[in-house]
Structures are given as structure tokens and as C-alpha cells.
Design a binder for this molecule. Structure first.
Ligand SMILES: O=c1ccn([C@@H]2O[C@H](COP(=O)(O)OP(=O)(O)O[C@H]3O[C@H](CO)[C@@H](O)[C@H](O)[C@H]3O)[C@@H](O)[C@H]2O)c(=O)[nH]1
Length: 431
């Protein structure tokens, strides 16, 4: 909308998943599709193009396949000579390409600023990321911060990012290479919500750390066909229903799915659960406790598949959500002023959850030291959030947050405008 020409480079299936570009912007935005090079079918199925398509242990092969895109991308950069390349942490080989063609680079971190303050500790720039460094708040947080991993979360996370996987390059190495070559780092962030962490991150970094706003999605830009989910929601009382979802890439175990199911049942609250077929399920239908659907069908709906989450969250019957605290879902929930019950598992989800609790916007489900949780923990947190007196202040804080998180003028008008200014001038004045 600011008149910047954008080529969005990805693979066919991922591009198909994106919303269509409005005709008024079609002359400025190209979707550039490179077929994903195939690997041995044993390693990666031909239809897999994103983490949501595969089990966790296969992600390393997806990275390997993406690394083979470097030749096509190099040719594209040579032909187009863009002013800037913006990329996430994955394509470390872009560093050589931008150097060769003298193109400027921006690192887009899709993780929140509170989470990033933990990865960007000065010591981790030199050494592998240790679990110890993740279990304490950033030393650059000059305020009282509770954002840190618990030990049971820090151990697998640090192992995952340090490991030299099948692609031959660890995630930490990828991030380091891109960050050190980038002129700036951009975050889905704004001073009004996570300003203190943005400032802490800026103190940790020698480069501009630029908030590009929270990028709330405008309604009507995603498919929200009014199918029977909405007919059911229309019949529910205002702000009474909990939306339950765990994002795109998290794979829950059978125990976890069952405890969530029993917890929903025990809470006696109306719910709408978006549940894709778990990888351990033997068939398309049977992955919930016996008779769960029958026992809860007077007040709950389970949608087995991908749902129009944004349109559901916008419905007036939704009052709260039970989420993994993926940053995208956090923004979408707060955009509509709903309280969050957070049950974090992987990547940045644990620090996101701590941040939301610290801000008085969420209740985190209690977990044991080994990371397990029970139906009682789920039911207790849901009741507290949705109906109890204890949750009243948090419900009201979440409602107030909608005025900031859902403010399109602030995010698109102000933050994106400032970022565009940076793209044009290359100069960033720290706030
Ligand atoms: O049935 C569904 C399920 C998901 N979504 C959408 O998918 C996105 C999910 O995003 P997010 O909440 O960020 O979850 P993940 O994609 O699972 O998140 C990964 O990426 C995030 C950063 O973008 C990290 O914060 C998470 O930890 C990481 O797991 C959101 O836009 C949802 O609206 C749907 O529309 N329908």
C-alpha cells in the first residue's frame, strides 16, 4: 500500500496457502514460486513444503531441501537486483548471494521480542546456546522480567538449535550468519505492547532492531466462508466460548490430546476445538477419548481439520482461547480482546507465555517439572480465565489490549510507514 514493489519468494504449496492479493495491489506484489527440490521419499514426502506438513524429526530434511533453492534464488537476485532482501533464519546461503550482488539484507525474526532477548545473549553469539542461559531472564532487561525457559523446556530447545542436523548447518549457525550480514533486524512488535523487550533487544544488538508493528491481519482477507461452525457460534451466548487451537506445526502426543479433552469436559465451558489429525492417530476419525464427542456435543464442537481461525476469533460468541502461545495466535486473540489460557511447548512458546502472564493478559496452565500436565490443570485455568472473579482483571486487560493490537492505523499507518521510510533511506533513528 505504501508503493513498495515486493517479490515474495517461496514454493508452490506455500504460495497457494497465502491469501490472494487484492486487485488494487496486484501490480506491486509478485509471488515467485520455486519448486522445492525433491529428496529421497523416505526422508521427505513429495507433498511436504512446510513444517505443518511433517513430523518434527523431518524438519531437518525440509531445511536440506530448501538449501537446494539457492541456485534459483541466486539467479533471481541477479536478474532482479532488488534494493533489499528480507529473509527469515533459514537461508544462510543468502549471505553469499547478497554480498556478490551488493544487495542489502534484513533479517525478519518471526519470533517475539521477549523470546529473542533470551537467544541473543552476548555469550550465545560465541558459543552454543546453553540451557542455563535460557533459564534466566536477559541481563539486558533493566526491569523485573520473568521471561525465561523452565529447565524441561530449555534442554530440548537448546539441543534442537545447536544440533548439526541432516542439513549440515545448525539453526544457531543459520541465525548467526544471517544476523551478522544483515543491515537491520525486524520484528513483529510494537512499543505499546512489548516496548521494554524491544529496547532490551536493541541494547543487545549493534544493528537497528526495527518494530514493524504487530501485523494484525485485516478481516475479510482470509477465507471465512460461513459454514456450520459459524451457525453453531451464532447460537452461543456472547463471550461464552473458548477457542482451542495449537497453531500449524506443533504435534501433540496422545496423552496431551486426551488430557486437554478431559480438561475441557471437566471445565463444563462451551468450546470450539480446531484439531487436525495427530500423527499418532491410526485413522481420520478416532483420536479423542471414547464417547468424548457424544458427552460434550451439547456445548462443544471439534473441527477436525484446518479452520478459519481469524474469522472464528472475530465472532462475538468467543470469549477466550486455549493456545500454545504461538506469536501469530497471540496477536490474533488479543486483536479481538480475548483472554488467553496458554499451554506452551516448543520454540518461543514458553517465553511468549511468561511475557503474556507478566503483562496480565493470560493465565498459564500449570505444569509439572517434567512438562506434563493434567486435566485438572486445564479445567482450573479455563474456569479461572472465563468465569471466575480471579480472572476478571485479566479479562478486562485483554479487552483493553484490543484497542492497541487491533489498531490497523497504528500498525499499518505508523509502523509500516516508518519501516518503508527506512527501506527508502537506509537510516533508522532509534526511538
Ligand atoms: O486451523 C488453523 C490453525 C492455524 N491457523 C492459523 O495459523 C497461524 C498459526 O500461527 P501461530 O499461532 O504463530 O502458530 P504456529 O504456526 O504453530 O507457530 C510457529 O511460529 C510462530 C511464529 O510465527 C511461533 O511463535 C511458534 O512458536 C511456532 O510454533 C495463525 O495465523 C492461525 O490463524 C488457522 O488459520 N487455522
Amino acid at each position: 500500500k505504501a508503493g513498495v514493489r515486493v517479490s515474495f519468494v517461496s514454493t508452490p504449496k506455500n504460495i497457494e496457502r497465502l491469501p490472494k492479493i487484492p486487485s488494487t495491489l496486484a501490480h506491486l506484489v509478485d509471488f515467485v514460486s520455486f519448486p522445492l527440490p525433491s529428496l529421497d521419499k523416505e526422508l521427505l514426502s513429495e507433498s511436504a513444503e512446510a513444517t505443518m506438513d511433517i513430523p518434527f524429526e523431518k524438519i531437518q530434511y525440509l531445511k536440506l531441501a530448501y538449501d537446494h533453492l539457492q541456485h534459483g534464488v541466486k539467479q533471481f537476485v541477479a536478474d532482479q537486483l532488488p534494493d533489499w532482501v528480507i529473509c527469515d533464519f533459514n537461508p544462510h546461503w543468502i549471505v553469499e548471494i547478497v554480498k556478490e550482488f551488493r544487495v542489502k539484507l534484513i533479517f525478519f525474526s518471526c519470533l517475539s521480542t521477549p523470546a529473542s532477548t533470551l537467544f541473543a545473549q552476548p555469550e550465545t553469539c560465541k558459543t552454543p546456546l546453553s540451557p542455563e542461559s535460557l533459564t534466566k531472564p536477559s541481563e539486558f532487561a533493566t526491569f523485573s522480567s520473568s521471561v525465561a525457559y523452565r529447565r524441561h523446556e530449555a534442554i530440548p530447545f537448546s539441543a534442537g538449535v545447536n544440533e548439526v542436523n541432516a542439513s549440515g548447518v545448525s539453526d544457531l549457525e543459520r541465525i548467526k550468519m544471517i544476523v551478522s550480514a544483515a543491515q537491520a533486524i525486524i520484528h513483529r512488535s510494537c512499543y505499546e505492547i512489548d516496548g521494554e523487550y524491544l529496547n532490551a533487544l536493541q541494547h543487545q544488538s549493534e544493528k537497528p532492531v526495527i518494530p514493524i508493528g504487530l501485523l494484525p491481519i485485516e478481516r475479510g482477507t482470509v477465507d471465512g466462508s460461513r459454514d456450520k461452525i459459524f451457525e453453531w457460534l451464532d447460537k452461543q451466548t456472547s463471550k461464552s466460548v473458548v477457542f482451542v487451537g495449537f497453531g500449524s506445526e506443533l504435534k501433540l502426543s496422545k496423552d496431551q490430546v486426551f488430557e486437554i479433552a478431559y480438561g475441557l469436559e471437566e471445565s463444563e465451558l462451551p468450546f470450539l476445538w480446531a484439531l487436525r489429525k495427530p500423527i499418532w492417530a491410526s485413522n481420520d476419525e478416532d483420536f479423542l477419548p471414547v464417547d468424548f464427542i457424544e458427552r460434550t456435543n451439547n456445548r462443544g464442537v471439534v473441527c477436525k481439520g484446518w479452520v478459519p481461525q481469524l474469522e472464528i476469533l472475530a465472532h462475538p460468541s468467543i470469549g477466550g482461547s486455549l493456545f500454545h502461545s504461538g506469536w501469530g495466535s497471540v496477536i490474533e486473540t488479543l486483536q479481538f480482546g480475548h483472554i488467553l489460557v496458554v499451554l506452551p511447548f516448543i520454540v518461543d512458546q514458553p517465553p511468549n507465555a511468561r511475557f503474556l502472564v507478566e503483562k496480565g493478559l493470560a493465565i498459564e496452565v500449570n505444569k509439572n517439572e517434567d512438562g506434563s500436565f493434567t486435566r485438572k490443570d486445564i479445567a482450573r485455568s479455563l474456569t479461572q480465565a472465563m468465569v471466575s472473579e480471579e480472572g476478571k482483571k485479566i479479562r478486562s486487560n485483554a479487552e483493553d489490549a484490543a484497542a492497541i493490537v487491533g489498531n490497523m492505523e497504528l500498525h499499518q499507518g505508523h509502523y509500516i510507514a516508518e519501516f518503508v521510510q527506512f527501506l527508502k533511506s537506509g537510516i533508522w533513528k532509534q526511538k
